[in-house]
Structure formats: structure tokens, C-alpha cells
Write a protein that binds this ligand. Structure first.
Ligand code: NOJ
Length: 712
């Protein structure tokens, strides 16, 4: 059905709806104690707009009742398919968003979106609450693992790619979240206030959301927090004026979980739910996630004339249009995709490829590739911990934590991956310690001694450490980003035995690595690597695969020396803290491989342009090694003299190129003067005349610079 037909169908249904039916469309419910009564009522009468966290096999009754109802409008089923349809145990569970971002590979990320949406649709659901487009610049924030990292350009490109993938089969809507500024909350505190101005929002935080609108993302989710003291949930400026009117978003906006309740109980903005709901809808939210009182509050407000019917109609219209575009208003239909595709081999192959590309080599003193080792000790708490490897938002953790859930068999932990990749070697395993160090002293000593015994007889040791779910996620911000428990001691004591030590990090966010580094011959960062992570890591360690991952986020020297993201302003009173080195030990863009890429000098086709013109920048790259590899070529700029402060560098483009051993390749970028601008203090985008530095880099540490002049 084309857009016009969809809109006409939505309009016809809207014209037949009662007030109660309209408001019911604007509500989404999950099943829990305080929603139970309403949940059951709507389940029976079939008029609710949406459910969340209902899995496929449970959808039948809801649909049946909807098709029996007067309007025959089925609910849209939303699910937190954050890295795969991972709340369903049998689904393909991909690396976390942060891990996927290490690939810098938009095609792969799009494929992940497509596989996820196909599994979601096969499960009878039609809406994924993904992607997270928050900018992950405060590493203390508990949800860093859910972001695509710290840079607006990279997030915009990966975000658009995954939305493209999600919406490709035409049966699933994506949801750009959390709009806006959620990741930048002061102190990294989950859902707290963000002290940014509209100018800064435009320069950085809005960019990925604009990319989502341009990609046709069908829904947006309102963040929990506030910007400069105004709750996003009642921000007419951000929700209506900027998102809907200026950016032209034509889908619908859902609040996050109980945002309306939060405005009464948490943010102290309203005395009553009635006022909170009315103001939230007037501001531009179209659907309330949970907040069961919303239904009665809005129906009453409309009856009493406290909210206009036009506002309600506009919200319902947006919801119905999305439903029409997903084919939900076409009448009863069979599930179009077979459940057999869920977790199938073809999907797990995409997952494996994604995991290979999501893994970053941070350090290698020659220990890797580990080609021949007769006896390998696999040590460390995260070598076998599927929960830690998955990270957040899986069947272990949501909707509620499930401590007794067991892992599925097909998941490759690092131990399983190493055992398969090195099937001719002897593999011994010992845990060594826990991540949190919360075991009793006797157990702790026993674990450490068992690991040291295992290491003593091995040719090489792969020590898998990092963090666990308790240290990541909603409401789990960390003030201290050290590697916890006795994990560093384990690495140190294994190294003191004179062994080759390969450290694999499985963790949700960048941690301080300074204390660990002297004892590690190689460091592999895998973040939360999904079902196939262990096999990908093992094949990379062995050299069967080459590393190509690049960091989408900078690592800290110290938890106290934050922020450490790369695109900061110059630090003009001295250049660093007196007691911590400047910058980041492993910055944005960094990553090693088994190839060695040598950059020539960049060249510009024209060195002087007028505003609005474009030119080409080329650079020759030689793979001076015996291994074919993928290089991620990064293009940054800086306006040399600007009326507003400008970051030391800003990423404007990147390209990936595969270069066979010993060969060269020329990579060409189009440089558009329109991309070299900034927002002035009146929030106006300007490109000034003058000199611009363009930087080319393959690792975020070494840069080749060339100057472009923009004439008056
Ligand atoms: C809370 C989270 O902030 C959001 O990301 C998620 O999609 C919803 N709840 C639904 O679970």
C-alpha cells in the first residue's frame, strides 16, 4: 500500500473512533501488578494501541480479540530487541551496540538490523525499541554498552544503517531513542538532568536523531531525563517544534517507561497524573509507555475540555499511519515469516562475521597470532560466563532479572571457542577469581591457586576478564572504572610465572587498563560479543581471521580524569591534569591488526573553494605486511579560527578499504564545505571563510594534515 492509501485508511478508521478508543490507541502496557486490571480489560476488548514485552507465542489471544472488536485495529507489539531479538532465548543474540560500533561497518550493521527484524517479525512482533542514539561521552553512565560510542558522525551513520535494516522487511518499525541528551546527564547519572544548551544539542546531540528521521525511522522514544531543568517529556520545543516541525518526523513518539508517572513522583513537576498526562501529550508525546492512569486521565481531560480533540486526533493519526505502513490495518493475516528462521545457521553466520569485526586489538607485543601452542590455559571469570558475554537486554535480564535461567547450548564462550579453534592442543580451564571479588577468602585462594597451577603447565595463557551485568545497565552507573576484584592480580601472577599472557576483555564499557597493561603481552577488547563472540575471538587470536575493529569510544587513564572523549576543546590552561597523562591511552578510532598500513600524504584536488562547493581529498595507503587487512580511514576537520570554540578535531567521514598484503590503494573522500560549519550563539549553522585543517588517520593517534581554504 502506498503512503497516500495508508494515510487514507488511517483517516477512515480515525473518523469512526470514540474518544475512549482513541485514548486506548495512545497507551502501551506491559503486564505487571499495577497495570494488571487495565491490561486484562484491554486484552479482552481488543482495543489497546500497544503491548510491550509480550513474546510471540503469547500474541495470539490479543490479536484474536482485536480482530473481533469494532475497529479491528491490532496492537503494535513492542520489544526490546536491542542486540538481536535477545529477550527470546532461541533468537540470534548479536554483540552489543557498543561492540558492533567497533566494526565501523555500516553494511554489517544493516545486516544485523535486517536479521533482527526478520526474527522479530517471525515471532509475530512488529516494533523494536532500537537503536540507542545517545552519545556515550560519560563512561560512568550505566548504559554506555547500549550506545554506538562517543561520536555524532559515527553514531549517525551506524544508526541510519541499523534503522534501514530493521525496517527493510516492511513489517517492523524501528525506534530512535532516547530523545534527547540522555547519555550526557550530569555525572553520568542515569536519567538525570543534562546541562546542555540548544546550541550544543544542535551541534552534537541532535545529529544522530536527524539522521534517523532522514532514514524514515517510524518511531521515537522520549528520554527519561531533562535538559537544563526542563523535562524532555513536556518539552514542546524538542518534541514538537524541533522533532516534528523542523526535522519533519512523521512517525509517532512513545514515552519511555512510565515517564508520566516520573513527572509526578520523581521530577516533582505536577501534583496530579491528570496534569502530567495532558502536558505530556500537548508537548508532543503520542503514546504513553505504561503509566496506566494515563487512560482515565486523558479521557477525563478531553471530556472536560482540558485538552483539545485535535491534539488527541493528531497523536492517534500518527499511530494509525505507522500501523498502516506496517500492514497491520490490512485485516487478519497469517504470520508472514516462519519461526524456523529464528536463530538459524544463516543468521548465526552474520552474527559470527559481526563479532569478528566487533573485536579490537589494543596491544600486541608479538604474542599474537598464537599459531602453535600445545597446551593453552584459558583462565578468568569471563571465559565461561554467558551472562557477562551477552551484556544487558537478553533473556537473562529482561523484563525482569532471571537468576535461575540457564544459558543456551549454542553460545560460544571464549573457552568453547578456543577449544574448537585449537582442537589439536590441550586446553585447560580455571576460573582464577570472580569479577566482583565477592567470594569468601578460602574460595578465593583456592580459585587463584588452581589458575596458577593450570598456567604453570601451559605454553600460553588466555585470561578472560572484564565486568559483569551488575556493573552495567539502567540504574547501574559506576563511579570507579577500575577492573574489579582480583582480576589484575590474576593476570600479574600468571605473567610472573614467565608465561605469554593474552588478555581478553569482556565488558560493557571502557575501563582503566593502566595497571593491567605491563602484565599483558596482548590485549583484545571484545565488549559484549553475543552468541558467536567466543569463536570470533579464538579465530582472531589464532590468526585465522584478521582484526579490523576500531574503537568507537575512548578509554580513560583514570576514572577521575573524565571526560576523555576525543573531540574536546583545547585545554588552554596547561594541557592536562598534573597527575594523569593527557588524552586517552586507547582513543576513539584506535585499533591494531595483523596488517601494517602506511599512509602517504593526502592531496586535495582544489585547495581553495567557495562556500557550497565540494572537492576531493585522496590518500594512498600501502599494506606493508604479509596479511590482507581492512583499514578504516578516518577524515576529521578543524576550523582553524572560528567565532565559537571548536573541538580539536571532528570526524566528518570514514571509509573502509580491504588491501591485500603488499598492495596499495587510494582512498578518496568528497569534502563538502557545507560540513565544515558550526552553530553560532543564535543556533544558526554557519560556514566561515578561512582555513580548515583536514586530518586523515587510521588509528585516532597519528594524523596526516592538509589545509583547505574557503574563500569569502
Ligand atoms: C526503559 C528503557 O530506558 C528503554 O530503553 C526501553 O526500551 C524501555 N524501558 C522498554 O523496556
Amino acid at each position: 500500500m502506498n503512503t497516500q492509501d495508508c494515510y487514507a485508511k488511517a483517516e477512515r478508521i480515525l473518523s469512526e473512533m470514540s474518544l475512549e478508543e482513541k485514548v486506548a490507541q495512545m497507551l502501551q502496557l506491559s503486564e505487571k501488578a499495577d497495570t494488571k486490571e487495565l491490561f486484562d480489560k484491554f486484552k479482552a476488548d481488543g482495543t489497546l494501541g500497544s503491548y510491550l514485552h509480550v513474546l510471540g507465542e503469547e500474541t495470539g489471544d490479543f490479536l484474536e480479540n482485536a480482530y473481533q472488536s469494532k475497529l479491528k485495529v491490532p496492537p503494535i507489539f513492542g520489544i526490546d530487541a536491542i542486540h538481536g531479538h535477545a529477550l527470546l532465548k532461541s533468537a540470534t543474540i548479536f554483540p552489543s551496540q557498543l561492540a558492533m560500533a567497533c566494526s565501523w561497518d555500516t553494511d554489517m550493521v544493516e545486516k544485523v538490523g535486517k536479521v533482527t527484524a526478520d526474527e522479530v517479525a517471525a515471532d509475530g512482533l512488529n516494533w523494536v525499541f532500537s537503536p540507542v542514539l545517545c552519545i556515550g561521552r560519560d563512561l560512568r553512565w550505566g548504559r554506555i554498552d547500549e550506545t554506538f560510542g562517543e561520536d555524532a558522525e559515527l553514531i549517525s551513520r551506524l544508526g541510519a544503517a541499523i534503522i534501514r535494516g530493521y525496517q527493510k522487511n516492511g513489517k517492523v518499525a524501528a525506534c530512535a531513542k532516547h530523545y534527547l541528551g540522555y547519555g550526557e546527564a550530569t555525572g553520568g547519572r542515569d536519567s538525570y538532568d543534562t546541562e546542555i544548551t540548544e546550541r550544543k544539542a544542535r551541534e552534537i546531540f541532535l545529529r544522530p536523531f536527524k539522521a534517523a528521521v532522514d532514514e524514515g525511522c517510524m518511531t521515537f522514544m522520549t528520554a527519561y531525563g531533562s535538559i537544563d531543568g526542563e523535562s524532555l517529556t513536556v518539552s514542546h520545543r524538542y518534541l514538537t517544534e524541533i522533532l516534528k516541525e523542523e526535522l519533519g518526523f512523521d512517525g509517532f513518539v512513545v514515552t519511555d517507561w512510565e515517564n508520566f508517572i516520573s513527572m509526578v513522583r520523581g521530577q516533582h513537576l505536577f501534583e496530579s497524573m491528570d496534569d502530567a498526562c495532558v502536558e505530556g501529550i500537548v508537548a508532543g508525546n503520542d503514546m504513553s509507555m505504561n503509566s496506566p492512569d494515563f487512560y482515565a486521565a486523558l479521557v477525563n481531560a478531553a471530556r472536560e475540555g482540558r485538552i483539545s480533540m485535535d491534539i488527541i486526533d493528531n497523536a492517534v493519526r500518527r499511530i494509525l499511519r505507522v500501523k498502516a505502513r506496517l500492514g497491520l490495518l490490512d485485516g487478519k493475516r497469517e504470520n508472514p515469516l516462519s519461526r524456523d528462521i529464528i536463530g538459524c545457521d544463516e543468521h548465526q553466520q552474520v552474527n559470527y562475521e559481526m563479532s569478528v569485526k566487533s573485536t579490537v586489538l589494543l596491544k600486541n607485543n608479538g604474542a599474537l597470532p598464537l599459531t602453535d601452542a600445545k597446551k593453552i590455559a584459558v583462565l578468568g571469570p569471563n571465559a565461561t560466563d554467558v551472562r557477562a558475554q551477552y551484556g544487558d537486554w537478553t533473556y537473562f535480564s529482561h523484563p525482569n532479572s532471571k537468576p535461575h535461567e540457564t544459558a543456551k547450548d549454542c553460545t560460544y564462550t571464549v573457552l568453547k571457542g578456543i577449544s574448537e579453534a585449537y582442537s589439536d592442543s590441550e586446553i585447560i580451564y580455571a576460573q582464577g577469581c570472580s569479577v566482583l571479588g565477592d567470594e569468601d577468602a578460602q574460595t578465593s585462594e583456592r580459585w587463584m591457586n588452581e589458575a596458577l597451577d593450570a598456567a604453570a603447565g601451559a605454553d600460553a595463557c588466555v585470561v578472560v576478564i572484564g565486568d559483569v551485568l551488575k556493573q552495567n545497565g539502567e540504574k547501574r552507573d559506576r563511579a570507579n572504572l577500575v577492573i574489579s576484584g582480583r582480576q589484575i592480580e590474576l593476570v600479574k601472577r600468571v605473567k610472573e610465572l614467565g608465561k605469554t599472557v593474552i588478555v581478553v576483555l569482556i565488558n560493557g564499557k571502557p575501563l582503566e587498563l593502566g595497571e593491567l597493561e605491563p602484565y599483558a603481552d596482548a590485549i583484545v577488547e571484545a565488549f559484549n560479543s553475543g552468541d558467536m563472540g567466543g569463536l570470533a575471538i579464538a579465530n582472531l587470536i589464532k590468526g585465522k581471521e584478521n582484526f579490523s575493529g576500531r574503537l568507537p569510544i575512548s578509554f580513560p587513564y583514570s576514572s577521575a580524569a573524565l571526560p576523555c572523549y576525543y573531540n574536546q576543546y583545547d585545554y588552554w590552561h596547561g594541557s592536562k591534569y598534573v597527575d594523569v597523562p593527557k588524552g586517552s591511552p586507547y582513543p576513539f578510532g584506535f585499533g591494531l591488526s595483523y596488517s601494517n598500513f602506511v599512509y602517504g600524504e593526502p592531496a586535495l584536488k582544489e585547495t581553495v573553494l567557495k562556500r557550497g562547493e565540494k572537492t576531493e581529498l585522496s590518500v594512498e595507503i600501502t599494506n606493508d605486511s604479509a596479511n590482507c587487512g581492512i583499514e578504516t580511514v578516518q577524515l576529521y576537520f578543524r576550523d582553524k579560527i572560528c567565532k565559537m570554540l571548536t573541538p580539536v578535531r571532528t570526524l566528518i567521514d570514514f571509509k573502509q578499504v580491504t588491501i591485500p598484503a603488499g598492495e596499495s590503494s587510494t582512498v578518496t573522500f568528497t569534502v563538502d564545505t557545507e560540513r565544515l560549519g558550526y552553530y553560532d550563539r543564535d543556533c544558526k549553522y554557519c560556514v566561515d571563510a578561512g582555513e580548515f585543517a583536514l586530518f586523515i588517520s587510521g588509528d585516532g593517534k597519528n594524523f596526516k594534515e592538509i589545509t583547505l581554504r574557503v574563500a569569502e
